[in-house]
Design a protein around this ligand. Structure first.
Ligand code: R5P
Length: 314
């Protein structure tokens, strides 16, 4: 079975691609993804992929446009090399937050990106914690959206005292995600009712639920500037929370986010490696990274053997 699978890594998250390869006992296919002098991307797949089931591992993380373009060009190279089926394994799907018209004359970039990926020749998508589940419908090809929640629940049970824990959604939009994790660890749920006055700024308004004396665990899909997270942590502590932890799937961490988190009152932020952690993340005292390699590797193996992946959602 495995002889017919090829794993091809783009440049976005080589460490995760290697970890997935190790889980599947498969080396990464020999391929070069490099730049010409003018920064055009050039791809050369250096081994035979004819008739094979190929999985491209590439997060469309910063620099988003470069990594997206790499994915498209790798796909084109594989299609022209007669791969039988191409699955884009996109642990972090960039542009996902632009999933609706936010105002007049604005784009729906997530849909445009889905079209580009499909048009390049991808047959299937495998991703983790899409910003909104409905983005699956932007693709007219099979799309598996895995959840990091089972990994998070296991980590919480191993590392925290769940008897006093309270899961907290940092905004109203994340309630479904937070409720799912609360159910897994059998903890109550609170919500930070956040109002964003201007784009790029976040403001905490009030807390729905009694967090006093609780070990609060904030849950979100993305931490970008860190504003949502740090403001929510401050609001929880101001409302009597004993301590605040956070579990977030995708560490986008733009600009000075890591420094902001490091100097915040957050006891610990746990991220996944859907986006390759920077050196700053690795040395930050209150940030820890757990891996989605096993989850993704298992899903790849099951996809290759046409087995069900639904138990990975449990
Ligand atoms: C928003 O809907 C997302 O779920 C995150 O809450 C948001 O992207 C976090 O952004 P930031 O860290 O910049 O506040």
């Amino acid at each position: 079975m495995k002889a017919d699978i090829k794993l091809v890594a783009g440049n976005s998250n080589r460490a995760l691609a290697e970890a997935i390869g190790a889980y599947l006992s498969l080396p990464l296919a020999k391929a070069q993804v490099r730049r010409f002098a003018d920064m055009e991307i050039f791809v050369e797949i250096q081994e035979n992929v004819r008739g094979q089931d190929v999985f491209i591992i590439q997060s469309t993380s910063f620099p988003t446009n470069d990594h997206l373009m790499e994915l498209l060009i790798i796909t084109d190279a594989l299609r022209r090399a007669s791969a039988k089926r191409i699955t884009a394994v996109i642990p972090y799907f960039g542009y996902a937050r632009q999933d609706r018209k936010a105002g007049p004359r604005t784009p729906i970039s997530a849909k445009l990106v889905a079209n580009l990926i499909t048009q390049s020749g991808v047959d299937r998508i495998l991703t983790v914690d899409l910003h909104a589940g409905q983005i699956q419908g932007f693709f007219d090809i099979p799309t598996d959206n895995l959840f990091a929640a089972p990994l998070m629940a296991r980590d919480i049970k191993e590392n925290l005292d769940t008897s006093n824990a309270m899961i907290v959604s940092p905004d109203v939009g994340g309630v479904v995600r937070a409720r799912a994790l609360a159910k897994r660890i059998d903890a109550p749920l609170a919500i930070v009712d956040k109002r964003r006055e201007r784009a790029g700024e976040s403001e905490v308004m009030n807390i729905i639920g009694d967090v006093s004396g609780r070990s609060c665990i904030l849950v979100d899909d993305i931490v970008d500037s860190g504003g949502t997270l740090c403001n929510a942590a401050d609001a929880l502590l101001a409302n009597g929370a004993k301590e605040v932890f956070a579990y977030i799937t995708h560490g986008v961490l733009s600009g000075g986010a890591v420094a902001r988190i490091a100097s915040s009152k957050l006891k610990e932020l746990v991220l996944t490696d859907s986006i390759q952690p920077t050196e700053a993340v690795k040395v930050a005292k209150n940030i820890r990274v757990i891996s989605v390699a096993t989850l993704m590797g298992e899903a790849i193996g099951r996809t290759a053997t046409e087995s069900s992946v639904s138990s990975l959602f449990d």
